[in-house]
Design a protein around this ligand. Structure first.
Ligand SMILES: Nc1nc2c(ncn2[C@@H]2O[C@H](COP(=O)(O)OP(=O)(O)OP(=O)(O)O)[C@@H](O)[C@H]2O)c(=O)[nH]1
Ligand SMILES: [Mg+2]
Length: 328
């Protein structure tokens, strides 16, 4: 770990200031939400997928009570490979206090992931002990997979299908938010019991009141980056890392000590990687400037790849935490 100097740390920001206006909710999400509500009466269980790096913030259920409550519900916290697992127990306890008892962590990078093996047995148990209302005569089980964008819903379906039926991809996946655009048809994932999953587009809340929740979702890639903008995203990341005394970035970037000024950090990265942009001045002459856009994307991408270590961005929301995020 680099020299983090107490004096430097004392000068870090206590609050994050964001004065941008964010349009979170692309049009296809309204259509998707409607389609999902229409399908609800024909499903037996809801499998909600959420990124384990933000286990509490910005969950689908926070805003779409209409889809939940009536049917058995399982919360899958995905991408466990990217989180700091020492917080797993606090996460489960916190969610339990919020009334969620069926929580499973998954890591699709691990072919033998234990969580993956638990999903189907838990879902079939919950369904068989629930009142299936109009679906009581149906022999097959139908499970709708929901969640915010890019959390790994489609990947999870494909993996279940491969594990139980040894079949290839049933639904497309990708590393940006918004790959699945509409509610898809049933995808068979098991023969005995006969189980179908329904893939759905990632849906965000129409407005996000808590800017920290929005920024955290954006940092893990649940929104396309242009919605917040690279600079603001990098700035929030720097704020969060410093606020939580997570200084792995200092050594990784080759800096001498932590710094809370995003322009300093971006200039440092651009200079180190020799990334410049030629900008035409008023007099027509070309000025060479650091490529801040590249530097901001690079900084965020290192975080997303786990190069600054593994994290739980919702530390401040877990009761064991000493940290409170504040906003101006
Ligand atoms: N590191 C890691 N990446 C994962 C895991 N599961 C899925 N991913 C990646 O997450 C990205 C998004 O996966 P998708 O399955 O397309 O996510 P989605 O929720 O269906 O996304 P939308 O359809 O856009 O809402 C892909 O790059 C996957 O490879 C995991 O357990 N660990
Ligand atoms: Mg998808």
């Amino acid at each position: 770990m680099s020299n983090t100097g107490g004096i430097v740390v004392a000068n870090m920001r206590k609050k994050f200031v964001y004065d941008g206006v964010v349009r979170w909710f692309p049009g296809h999400m309204t259509k998707g939400l409607k389609q999902m509500q229409q399908r609800l009466k024909n499903i037996d269980c809801i499998l909600e997928v959420h990124d384990a790096r933000v286990p509490i913030s910005g969950r689908y259920a926070d805003f779409s009570r209409t889809l939940l409550g009536l049917k058995p519900h399982i919360l899958v916290l995905s991408k466990k490979d990217l989180i700091d697992t020492k917080y797993s127990d606090s996460i489960v306890s916190k969610l339990k206090r919020e009334g969620l008892s069926n929580v499973i962590f998954t890591n699709l990078k691990d072919q033998k992931c234990k969580g993956m093996k638990k999903i189907l047995p838990l879902a079939t148990n919950l369904i068989s002990s629930s009142s299936r209302y109009n679906r009581i005569e149906q022999e097959s089980y139908s499970i709708m997979v929901i969640g915010v964008p890019n959390v790994g819903k489609s990947s999870l379906i494909n993996r279940l299908r491969s594990n139980y039926l040894r079949l290839g991809k049933g639904t497309p996946v990708g590393d940006t938010a918004g790959i699945t655009r509409s509610v898809l048809t049933h995808i068979k994932i098991s023969e005995d019991p006969l189980v179908y999953l329904i893939d759905t587009p990632g849906i965000l809340a129409p407005s996000i009141k808590d800017i920290h929740a929005g920024m955290k979702l954006a940092l893990v890639g649940c929104l396309q980056d242009h919605v917040i903008g690279s600079h603001a995203l990098a700035n929030y990341l720097l704020f969060w890392l410093n606020k939580n005394s997570r200084f792995d970035y200092v050594e990784k970037l080759g800096m001498l000590e932590p710094n809370d000024d995003i322009m300093y950090v971006l200039t440092f990265i651009a200079a180190k990687l020799k990334k410049v942009r030629k900008v035409k001045g008023y007099d027509g002459r070309l000025d060479v400037k650091p490529d801040f856009h590249f530097a901001a994307d690079y900084f965020v991408s290192l975080f997303r790849k786990g190069e600054f270590g593994s994290y739980c961005l919702d530390l401040d929301l877990l009761e064991t935490s000493q940290c409170n995020l504040d906003i101006a």
